[in-house]
Design a protein around this ligand. Structure first.
Ligand code: ZN
Length: 162
């Protein structure tokens, strides 16, 4: 797996996600925030939505992606998620966390060239291609290949004027 150092824009992305969870943290409701940067530099934020039925919960990455798609953004470049410590974690700090497996699947459906920021052992972050985190992504009959899906997505965007 090829890790690379974060860019200055990546540090800004971590800061944006951190500000989001500082503003929206609510015990039992929102503990994770994500920031997704598009190729044009636009950043979409999302917080995770905890549900009373666990399986109904939605990850922050999915919320950020949904907001970005709704806003008409595409060609996503980098995503990061940060976790706010629970009240029981005395002295805890907001820290970068890797995307879960479901988010890796979802994000690669919409952003096959996406990079993610991961926590590094020294408290810093590193960049990695999301495909390196999910090398054998599920490819069903709906979207046979990632590139075919990406092309289909571009055609769909070209066909829809909001
Ligand atoms: Zn997730």
């Amino acid at each position: 797996m090829a890790y690379t150092p974060p860019t200055p824009d990546d540090h800004d992305l971590v800061e944006a996600a951190t500000r989001a969870i500082e503003a929206r943290y609510k015990v039992g409701h929102h503990q994770i925030a994500a920031a997704l940067r598009g190729g044009d530099g636009t950043v979409s934020l999302g917080v995770h939505l905890e549900a009373s039925v666990g399986r109904a919960s939605i990850c922050a990455e999915a919320v950020a992606l949904g907001g970005a798609v709704t806003a008409g953004l595409s060609d996503f470049e980098t995503i990061v998620a940060v976790r706010h410590p629970a009240p029981t974690e005395a002295g805890g700090t907001i820290r970068v966390v890797p995307p879960c497996g479901l988010c890796r699947e979802l994000l690669l459906d919409y952003a096959p060239d996406l990079h993610a920021l991961l926590p590094a052992a020294d408290g810093q972050v590193v960049r990695v291609r999301l495909t390196d985190l999910l090398p054998e992504k599920y490819v069903g009959t709906k979207w046979r290949t990632l590139s075919a899906h990406r092309d289909a997505g571009r055609r769909a965007r070209d066909d829809v004027a909001l």
